[in-house]
Every structure is written in C-alpha cells, then in structure tokens.
Design a protein around this ligand. Structure first.
Ligand SMILES: Cc1cc2nc3c(=O)[nH]c(=O)nc-3n(C[C@H](O)[C@H](O)[C@H](O)COP(=O)(O)OP(=O)(O)OC[C@H]3O[C@@H](n4cnc5c(N)ncnc54)[C@H](O)[C@@H]3O)c2cc1C
Length: 416
C-alpha cells in the first residue's frame, strides 16, 4: 500500500492530523490497533481545544451529543473555602478577553466521533498494530510495517509518518525518535472511574481538589448521569496501604477531600476502576527525516490542568501544515532535520505548561496569588492553551522566577 502520510494511532492527535491533511488534499491512512469505541481517560478540554474542535468541523456533532459545557475550572485547596476559579476565555480580534465555553467529554464516544469524521473525509482506517518502520539508506523514514488483525503483515509506503500512538511512544520505542526521559511526575498513580449518583453543581465545570503536594483529585461530569472521578497520589504512598486499586479508590473517595466526600455521599454506581502509573516523560528528539511525533507520543506532563487533548490536536494540525509545505516545495529536505523548527515550537508550548504545573506544586500560595490577582489575565491565557508566544507574558515569567527560586533552594539544601 502507498500513501502520502501514514499515521500511527487513531486518537485525537492522529485524527486531527488526518482531518487537517484531508482538508489540504493530502492523502493519509490511520493505523489503529484498537476497535473503537474504547475507554480512554482525558475528558476535560481547554478553551482553545474547544475552538480547535470547532475548526475541525465538528461543532454540530458536539452539540448533538450534548456534552456538559465547561465554563472554567475550580481548584479547591485543602479546605472548602480556599479555592480559585479560572474561567474559560478567548481573545477577541482586538485582543480583549471574552467569555467562551468548551466541553467535557466521554472519550470512548468523542474519539469514535473523531475517527468517523476522518473516515467520512475518505481517510482509510487500517485495523492493526504498527510494529516497525521502513527506512531508506540515509535512515529517512519511508513507511510503516503493520501487523493486521488477521496476523498478516502489511508494508505501507509513505512520504511521511506521523506518530500519534499516545503513551505507547511507538517511534521512541523502536529507536527512531529519541530516548524517553522520565518526567518530573513519573512516580505517580492515577486511579479513576465513571460514577453515577454524584451530587453535581448547578453548572457542570471541571473541579480539581488539592490534598497536599502531588496528591490531588478530579470531578468531571461527562454526560447527564455520569461523572468521571480520579484520585492521584505518589505510587509509594498507594503501595504503603497494601490495598487493591478498588479498595484504595473507594476508601479515598470518602476521606480524601471534603469537597469530594460530600459529592459522593449517595453514589448509585462506581464503574470499573482504571489506573495509569508512571505517566510523565519527555522525548527530546521527536521529529526527523520522514517523521513527526505529536501529542503523548513525545511528551506527557502531569495532567492536573487538562492539556493532553489540547496538545495532541494542536500538534496534529501544526504537523499537517508543516507536511504541506514540505511536500509542496521540499522545504528543508536537505536539512539534517527538516522539522527542527516545528519541534522547537511544540516544546515552547509544552514548556509553558510544565512551568505552570511546576509552580502550582512548588509554591501553591504564589500560584494562587498570581492566578487570582497579580497576573490573572496571563494565567487565564495559559489555562486556555495560548502557550506559543515567543516572548513569555509577565505572568509566565513570574511563574518561571518562582520555579527558579525553588530550584535554587533545593540545590542549596542538597549541597548542605
Ligand atoms: C490520569 C490522566 C488524566 C488525564 N486527564 C486529562 C484531561 O482532563 N484532559 C485532557 O485533555 N487530557 C487529559 N489526559 C491526557 C490525555 O489522556 C492524552 O493526552 C490524550 O488522550 C492524548 O491523545 P493522543 O492522540 O496523543 O493519544 P491517545 O489518545 O492515547 O491515542 C493513541 C492511539 O494510538 C493507538 N496506538 C498505540 N500504539 C499503536 C500502534 N503501535 N499501532 C497502532 N495503533 C497504536 C492507541 O490504541 C490509541 O488509540 C489525562 C491523562 C491521564 C493519564
């Protein structure tokens, strides 16, 4: 089989790439190992992500599904009184902040909707697992080897490969992209389930609960009846209890934060308890001759502020733009890495969010002061996902200063 772009993974990153390529008249195929619908975590969207979903032509489908509308995120500190609120806001053409909304979604349904959209644009979906790549003598990636569901192997020749395999990090695992370095939040365990009968607020926003450093939880309504609840803690802390994931999750639901406890007093059902562990990592070389990694396939930061789907969709769309230029005029074909600039651009956005999250954990008091008072607009921009400015806003610069001070203090303590 031959195509212009072979895409590994049919999640949001892969499908955003395929839809954007199709809109440019560029042929692609998606290789997906799972049958959809399938369970996936990652249910709360940023404001800009909602805008991108509209841009991909999916607003009508989204409205038909009646996903809960998100107006913002409320973060509860250790007590119920100690909270901060970040509204979802967009920038007008004049640069003014304006209210807008985004969504919270059931990912099994949302991801299938995305994949169906790609199919409707003529993108073939190959049910199978990518197991290797085809490479030219100079190691340019020129296609993908796929093990189909019937056990046969199919070689798909392509001019470009997009890795959108999520946490499977396909191209890094086979040594084409760089090594996977542990992130700062890699010894964490997240346990989560879909519940019914939870007490919801009048408006269904995303709620985050802070217990203590690196211990947190979420409450995300995903349809009329169902709420996604997650509890995150360091893996060693979880192990110290010697409980099963279900036991730990259910016990914590009623003890970990007063704002969760009161909402789960009369639950009707708790679905399967899922787990994600060791989930933060960073692959620094993730583009090269013939390939680009998007979304989780190259980097994953602590998910507390819900940026995963945003990055996967944004990067998928940006990858399509870069591939269009590359295929049209061979832009950068002679360079060692034709996509070096794109790689730096992806890192610029992800670095900003890692700095935001680091400051939240490192100095929650400074963070809350910045978010509520000193740099409110800049923090609203970051939460919305406006993270690709070359010159950092004063708010982002302040977060970085706090992080640098914490790093310096830690160095002094370890030197002592
Ligand atoms: C605890 C937790 C909470 C989170 N909460 C949020 C949140 O509230 N909001 C948010 O935006 N994000 C959240 N995320 C992040 C979000 O889940 C991911 O960032 C997002 O799903 C990434 O999209 P993707 O397209 O890159 O990868 P995925 O959605 O993982 O899709 C990758 C696809 O590739 C397929 N695949 C993998 N390997 C192969 C292969 N070899 N061959 C063929 N197919 C393959 C997989 O089957 C999968 O369908 C959370 C993550 C965690 C762990």
């Amino acid at each position: 089989m031959k195509t212009q772009v072979a895409i590994v993974g049919g999640g949001p990153g892969g499908v955003a790439s395929a839809i954007s390529l199709a809109n440019k008249g560029i042929q692609s195929v998606i290789i997906e190992k799972d049958q959809f619908p399938r369970f996936h975590i990652g249910e709360s969207m940023t404001g800009e992500c909602g805008g991108l979903v509209r841009k991909l032509g999916l607003e009508t489908e989204m409205l038909q599904r009646q996903y809960p509308v998100k107006h913002g995120v409320r973060v509860y500190g250790q007590s119920s009184e100690n909270t901060f609120w970040i509204p979802v806001m967009k920038r007008s053409d004049e640069g003014e902040l304006e209210e807008t909304t985004t969504w919270q979604v059931r990912r099994s349904d949302f991801d299938k909707m995305l994949l169906d959209k790609a199919k409707s644009l003529g993108v073939p979906i190959i049910n199978g697992k990518a197991t290797g790549v085809i490479q030219a003598n100079d190691s340019t990636v020129t296609g993908v080897e796929v093990r189909l569901e019937n056990g046969e192997v199919e070689m798909i020749e392509s001019e470009m490969v997009i890795d959108a395999s999520g946490q499977a990090t396909f191209l890094s695992n086979i040594g084409v992209a760089g090594n996977k370095d542990r992130g700062k939040y890699d010894r964490q365990l997240a346990l989560y389930a879909h519940v019914t009968g939870a007490q919801r607020d009048e408006v269904d926003n995303t709620l985050i609960f802070y217990e203590k450093k690196n211990h947190w939880g979420w409450f995300i309504p995903i349809d009329d009846e169902t709420v996604s609840i997650g509890i995150v803690a360091p893996t060693d802390y979880y192990k110290s209890y010697g409980e099963t994931p279900e036991e730990f999750f259910k016990r914590k639901l009623h003890s970990f934060h007063p704002e969760i406890t009161r909402r789960v007093a009369n639950l009707e059902s708790i679905g399967e308890v899922h787990a994600s562990s060791n989930y933060s990592y960073h692959i620094k070389e993730f583009t090269g001759k013939g390939f680009i990694c998007v979304g989780d396939s190259h980097r994953f930061i602590d998910p507390i502020f819900s940026f995963g789907v945003h990055f996967s969709i944004t990067e998928g769309m940006m990858a399509a733009d870069a591939i269009e230029a590359y295929l049209a005029d061979g832009q950068g074909r002679e360079a060692e890495n034709p996509f070096a600039e794109l790689q730096s651009h992806f890192e610029l956005g992800q670095d900003s969010i890692e700095d935001l999250v680091d400051c939240f954990w490192g100095n929650p008091f400074a963070f809350t002061f910045f978010a509520h008072q000193r740099y409110r607009e800049d923090i609203i921009d970051l939460f919305a996902g406006r993270v690709y400015q070359k010159n950092p806003s004063p708010g982002l610069a302040a977060l970085r200063t706090v992080n640098a001070q914490i790093a310096e203090q830690n160095m002094t303590v370890s030197a002592d």
